[in-house]
Design a protein. Sequence first.
Length: 403
Amino acid sequence: MIDETTPPRVDSEVGPLRAVLLHRPGNELKRLTPRNNDQLLFDSIPWVDRAQEEHDAFAEVLRGRGVEVLLLADALRTALSDTRAHAAGVHAAVDERRLGVDLADSLRSHLSSVSPEVLAEALMAGMTFEELPAAEGVSLVRLMNHPNDFAVDPLPNLLFTRDSSAWIGDRVAVSSLTMPARVRETAVLDLIYAYHPWFRHASRAYGAHSAPIEGGDVMLLSPGVLAIGVGERTTAAGAESLARSVFADGIAHTVLAVPIEQTRATMHLDTVCTMVAADAVVMYPLSRDSLTAFTMRPTDDGSMKVEGPAPFLTAAAEAMGIDRLRVIDTGLDPVTAEREQWDDGNNTLALAPGVVVGYERNVETNARLEEAGIEVLAITGSELGSGRGGPRCMSCPIRRESI
Ligand SMILES: NC(=O)NCCC[C@H](N)C(=O)O
């Protein structure tokens, strides 16, 4: 059970983690085939039962360290039991451009009558044309689509709860996701934050803004200091809009925009760098000397100024008010470094300063972290990792203690 009496709040990457939003992979993963996996952003076809086992083990590691785990599917079902949320959920599921007016009407009327559980399943796992309810009359759209085509797209990347929303202080930013396969996740998270009792009074950061921002690019370096990766997913417009929004809300005083290479291997800032202590990061060695940052700060007249670029580590330390942001020296040779970066070796989830969760397969990175005094709680991710995301990607912290 989640303690809903304590309000959400996150103002660092490493403060003791108390509550987290995870998504236990479900039937949406069973939609992946060799024909659609690229488009749906998976690198192979996961063995779903094993992925669920791996995820259950991940959740147990967190619970074992005193973290409350809120599962996204439960949260969505709870939210959808509100009739207004149910209506909004039906609206989010039905794409009239794809189905045409008649089929869209018939699907809307069907989904309006189903339980919150069935609607939640349709929103997460999608629906094929074959699964649509039988309807009177002729539908060209139905005839011309293969029974296994999607009438409602599945959302296999819900697993990566980090990207679809991010808490900044006591506010939540629901992401505006870039890739077509993930765009509808915004609607799911919107429903949860608007209608789940725990979040009903939570204020939004980034409100009605729409320039792309993904949570994997948003890093809370220290209270009031954000780093935002700008690359394949988050755009410069997204980073600037989020910066203006957090300055206006008074929840940050400095935002660093960090250019990252626009490749799949480095799709988010947290694929190359995550925090493992209040003054330390683990970082892909090849990024160490090349990462830079533009520094944004608010001005007295309500606008903002931008400085830089400067080396990331220097700009970050200055913004955080510390002498140095340490990089745990993994000292890996370039080939091992590249292999372990691809397998999310740098994508750790901090449960407290100096305690992180990492994939067990990243043997070398984990060993170097341990040598540096960082406790690594190793989890299996052979199937979970097929979507190209590690422990940080798979978790959206909702409550952390201050450090
Ligand atoms: N923060 C992250 O790096 N998240 C991983 C997202 C993986 C997902 N398959 C995607 O391509 O969006």
